[in-house]
Design a protein around this ligand. Structure first.
Ligand code: T1G
Ligand code: NAD
Length: 645
């Protein structure tokens, strides 16, 4: 039984007990459905308390059911049945009440909650809208303006705010069910309020609605669900509850079957699975209480900030006092951007000890190296770390391209060494590529995954190859984009097509921002090693001094102080010898070509065992390289394309 019933002195306590998150799957709905009738017919029952077992109320409808047709009883019908029940239902909420979990409380006559309650309708994050009355009942409780933020902008309400807004009738302490029972007896002594669906809905200020429309469309960046969630709210406002419910359900079912929702569901489960790799189940990670970061440049500062955001004490080591001062100033600047109180900000920066020289790292449990991308420099650092750090301390490198095995050569206890590849800015980007060497011990690998969970990162294990998973696919993506250029397509058209697909920037705009010289130096190093690397359009530009925004021009021109890409006749002149006559390609054709190149490289990566499963590649692309979340990733796109043919 996933729904338990207990009778207490005239109050029936109904507990949803469906681990891990009490999702409202078919079995739960069926049992609740029959319980409503049974309790209505039970003369000894005067009111019903509905609650969830364990640390939360309900995590929503069962997302695993979304790939198949809805099975009766549907959630809207069940909630309407609870709302129309002869006995009042009181929802008793501890922890989260999300999606359908919040919607079922709106069918209850009353809601009580503990202070830790978190109430939200995150459906738009899954590419859908609430489908069981959230867009129609919520505004009748908290007003349309607040409902817009919850339904279309994924605002989460805490217990205190929910009381303020009238969503929750009382905040109660634990024991929750006991206090909900007391509350139930109390409300039976006075006239019951109307069911939520019968309550009036105040007209909305048209200016407010228009502002919301603009705000939500901009934030959605092409995603379908948020604007449709707002539209469903407005439809109910204009056409009343019943019509609003019918419209909501139709939009919900339509989106539920959409490729966008399928992509977001795919990522929902992939992200959760990534945190708990099956082969590390039962492997104990090592304790990490103090972390050293060597190198206080772009990455060192970001990594230190990510560690501080997870409340880990940090020792930041630089090669000289001036570099250290620069690093600490950069950290303070990062801190300023955070929403910290003065006291918290003091504690945040206070948790960083700056040092020149490695002795300060002697009692660190983990040390992450982020110095220049140069093998000799990195080796010298690890020679020092091998000498100074405790033999059980985990030692990690943040290298982007260098083979970690080469960096670890000669290191005492190589089993404690691992690659931890963060992405810039490291305190923001969620991806962490974890690159073990053949010598890396399982508990060290488990420690890396544990660190990712503590830093709220998405960990993806990568084998060792040039560029690991992400930079290798990026190289292939760029090469394919340059091939389109050679074939006569314009850089601006290629960028426009990829932005239309959902990327924040196209490949050429992105390279101008990062700098064309990084990949140029990489090719030059290969040529210096005697490898045959044909000249590329990018090489022509760099040789002409065009490295991107930092030189005022790369694929595009940039006015001083302005990051807006401007078409460049100079770039066109330099590139002309390498390009075919101009041709216009349809945006879809451009997107298809570039996605196919990414997926082909992904397939090669899987075949070589560099990545274990396609979702790993998609998580890398979505969380490290700006692949639009609502598209799932190149491997997801490729599998959908394959299913279409
Ligand atoms: N359905 C099915 N499985 C779910 C689930 C759900 N709603 N939520 C979580 N899981 C699984 C998850 O995959 C993982 O599985 C395990 O539970 C623990 O999750 C009609 C249609 C609730 C805050 O969007 O935000 O209602 O990996 O690791 O960190 O309008 O899960 O162990 O096999 O995340 O403690 C709306 C989604 C649904 C909330 C708990 N609800 N869930 O966090 O655990 S749409 C959501 C969460 C809807 C109605 C519509 C979080 C959590 P496994 P976890 P956690
Ligand atoms: P950076 O040039 O901004 O910073 C490197 C810092 O290391 C400098 O401050 C320098 O003073 C310091 N340093 C050099 N030698 C040192 C030594 N012996 N001891 C202590 N400090 C020393 O470089 P970055 O962009 O932060 O890159 C650092 C590493 O991270 C590189 O391996 C790079 O490939 C990798 N990485 C960079 C990015 C990125 O986007 N910048 C992303 C991922 C990984």
């Amino acid at each position: 039984m996933t729904v338990k019933l207990e009778r207490r002195n005239g109050i029936a306590v109904v507990t949803i007990d469906n681990p891990p998150v009490n999702a409202l799957g078919r079995a739960v709905r069926e049992q609740l459905w029959s319980l409503v009738g049974e309790l209505d017919d039970d003369a000894s029952v005067r009111a019903v308390v509905l609650t969830g077992a364990g640390k939360l109320f309900v995590g929503g409808a069962d997302i695993t059911e979304f790939d198949r047709p809805v099975e009766p009883p549907g959630l809207p019908e069940l909630i309407a049945r609870i709302e129309a029940a002869a006995k009042p239902w009181v929802a008793a909420i501890r922890g989260v009440a999300l999606g359908g979990g919040l919607e079922i409380t709106l069918g209850c006559r009353f809601r009580v909650a503990t202070a830790d309650a978190r109430l939200a309708l995150p459906e738009t994050t899954l590419g859908i809208i609430p489908g069981a009355g959230g867009t129609q009942r919520l505004p009748r409780l908290i007003g349309i303006d607040h409902a817009i933020q919850v339904v279309a902008e994924n605002l989460t309400l805490g217990g205190a705010r929910a009381i303020e807004l009238g969503l929750v009738d009382r905040l109660v302490d634990e024991p929750l069910v006991d206090n909900a029972e007391v509350f139930a007896h109390e409300v039976l002594t006075r006239p019951l309020p109307a069911p939520v669906s019968h309550r009036p809905l105040a007209k909305a200020d048209p200016v407010l609605l228009q502002e919301a429309e603009t705000r939500i469309r901009r934030a959605a960046r092409g995603a379908a669900a948020p604007p449709l969630a707002l539209a469903a709210l407005r439809f109910g406002l204009d056409h009343g509850f019943a019509a609003g419910m019918a419209n909501e359900r139709a939009v919900f079912l339509d989106l539920r079957a959409s490729p966008e929702a399928a992509a977001l569901r795919y990522l929902f489960f992939a992200e959760r699975a990534a945190l708990r790799p099956p082969d590390l189940r039962g492997v104990t990670s090592l304790p990490v209480g103090r972390v050293g970061v060597v190198g206080g440049g772009t990455m060192g500062v970001g990594i230190a900030a990510a560690l501080r955001n997870a409340d880990l004490p940090v020792v930041l080591v630089e090669r000289d006092a001036a570099s250290l001062a620069r690093g600490m100033d950069a950290l303070r600047a990062v801190r300023k951007k955070g929403r910290l109180s003065e006291q918290e900000a003091k504690g945040w920066i206070g948790g960083v000890t700056g040092a020149v020289g490695y002795e300060a790292l002697a009692d660190c449990d983990l040390v992450i190296e982020a110095v220049f991308e140069d093998l000799a420099v990195k080796r010298a650092v690890f020679a020092e770390l091998g000498r100074i750090c405790r033999p059980d301390a985990v030692l990690a490198t943040n290298t982007s391209y260098i083979d970690p095995r080469l960096i670890a050569e000669g290191l005492p206890e190589p089993g404690r060494f691992i690659g931890l590849h963060f992405f810039s800015p490291a305190q923001v980007m969620k991806l962490l590529e974890i690159v073990p060497t053949p010598a890396t011990r399982p508990e060290v690998l488990a420690t890396a995954f544990d660190l990712a969970r503590r830093l709220a990162k998405i960990p993806v294990r990568s084998g060792i190859c040039d560029g690991f998973i992400g930079n290798r696919i990026l190289r292939r993506y760029r090469a394919a984009a340059e091939q389109l250029l050679r074939d006569g397509a314009a850089a601006a058209a290629i960028d426009r097509a990829m932005r239309g697909f959902g990327f924040a920037m196209g490949p050429f705009e992105m390279q101008d921002m990062a700098g064309l010289d990084i990949s140029f130096l990489y090719r030059e190093a290969a040529r210096a090693r005697g490898e045959t690397v044909p000249e590329t359009p990018g090489d022509l530009l760099v040789r002409a001094g065009r490295k991107g925004q930092k030189t005022g021009g790369g694929w595009y021109d940039y006015a001083p102080g302005d990051r807006t890409p401007q078409p460049s006749s100079e770039a066109a002149r330099i590139l002309a010898p390498m390009l075919a006559p101009p041709q216009t390609l349809a945006p879809e054709a451009i997107v298809e070509r570039l996605l196919a190149a990414m997926a082909a490289e992904g397939q090669a990566i899987l075949a070589e065992g560099i990545a274990a499963i396609p979702t790993d590649i998609d998580l890398v692309e979505v969380h490290g390289y700006g692949f639009p979340r609502r598209r799932g990733g190149p491997m997801f796109q490729a599998s959908r394309a394959a299913n279409r043919t």
